[in-house]
Write a protein that binds this ligand. Structure first.
Ligand code: TRP
Length: 353
């Protein structure tokens, strides 16, 4: 994507610049989980001039939340805390209704569930504004049509691989996902820079957004992008919420977490104990190790130790799994505690309009 679509790598000098503002660096930055960006330098130049940005990210409600989703959101919360900025969080229930084979009621059920997970991340309620596409439609629609008028059928077909059998709602949808990137500028009647943290699969939407916003008189949004958490079974690529059985969910019990890791997590260890002691394991493909690296082990020192011990054969697959289970369980129990009390907080988070 860096070669083909002109994403920029986050290099050492940019990391140092981020550190000037945040004092410390989030492990997802130093470990290159968030590895690429567009226009971050510009965003910080504006910030230095006193032109503070807002953050925009989102969730497409079509199933339970798994750890691949929350990693972006926990990082977004860190950014919010460090820069003390507003977060606009979009729930694209329209998108998922049109793209997925699910009823409107099913999507609404997932919307209500997913709202709880986003609140459980711990965003600042005073600075966080939820936008639900079908609920805020009256606010979004007049802006969405301005975007839609700038996108041709041929552009949308080639951006998303649509064809003549694609429903017309999907064809329109990217206009809705563009709106939050300039909505605060409209509401506050001044141009405000926007930063979008997202996983790389959302890039087609935001490439279009970046083409269109200047034509409407707004800044192009900056972005910071992460790679995908490997699925439990370890194949390359995205962990989908429709494959819930395979992934670790925010609603899993400690028993479920334990079972999923022990039974399904792809291991980079050797087939026999003797072989493992002799040759060592491969942490790069080992899913429990990768989960610790992506989200659950905050200490670099500990992570490096695990990596070395695993490579040397000192640490066994079973031991690594046991440690990952402990860390994931500890994290999830805290998340679930906050999720429990999230329901009554929903009204505080909804964008007032
Ligand atoms: N389309 C995204 C999804 O399918 C949801 C989304 C909407 C989003 N706006 C966003 C994701 C902004 C990242 C950033 O999950």
């Amino acid at each position: 994507m860096i070669k083909e679509f002109g994403l920029e790598k986050i290099d050492e000098s940019l990391l140092n610049r981020i550190k000037e503002y945040t004092k410390d660096l989030h492990p997802m930055l130093t470990r290159k989980i968030f590895f690429a960006h567009r226009d971050l330098k510009w965003l910080f130049d504006e910030y230095d001039k006193g032109n503070k940005f807002f953050i925009y990210t989102g969730c497409g409600p079509s199933g339970p939340i798994h750890i691949g989703h929350i990693l972006v959101w926990y990082f977004t919360k860190w950014l919010q805390d460090k820069f003390d900025v507003d977060v606009y969080f979009q729930f694209t229930d329209d998108e998922k209704f049109m793209y997925k084979n699910l009823s409107y009621d099913e999507i609404q059920k997932w919307l209500n569930e997913n709202l709880l997970d986003v609140i459980a991340v711990g965003f600042n309620p005073k600075r966080t504004h939820f936008i639900i596409d079908t609920k805020h439609a009256g606010l979004l629609y007049p802006k969405a049509i301005k975007v839609a008028k700038k996108i041709t059928f041929s552009t949308i077909k080639s951006s998303f691989g649509f064809n003549d059998s694609t429903n017309i709602g999907s064809i329109f949808f990217t206009s809705m996902q563009t709106v939050p990137s300039f909505l605060p500028s409209v509401l506050k009647k001044k141009n405000i820079p926007c930063l979008i943290p997202h996983a790389v699969d959302q890039d087609p939407h935001f490439r279009l957004t970046r083409d269109i916003l200047p034509k409407l008189g707004y800044y192009k949004p900056a972005s910071i992008q992460c790679s995908f958490l490997p699925p439990l079974t370890g194949n390359e690529g995205k962990m989908s919420s429709s494959e819930a059985v395979k992934g670790i969910l925010t609603t899993d019990t400690p028993q479920e977490i334990k079972k999923k890791i022990n039974k399904y997590a792809f291991s980079g260890g050797q087939a026999t104990l003797e072989e493992h002691r002799k040759k060592g394991g491969n942490p790069d493909v080992d899913v429990p190790f990768q989960y610790l690296k992506f989200l659950f082990e905050e200490s670099d020192e500990k992570l490096n130790q695990l990596e070395q011990d695993y490579k040397s054969g000192k640490l066994l697959t079973g031991e690594l799994k046991k440690y990952a289970i402990e860390k994931i369980t500890e994290f999830m129990l805290e998340h679930q505690k906050r999720r429990e009390s999230a329901k009554q907080k929903i009204p505080d988070f909804l964008l007032k309009c």
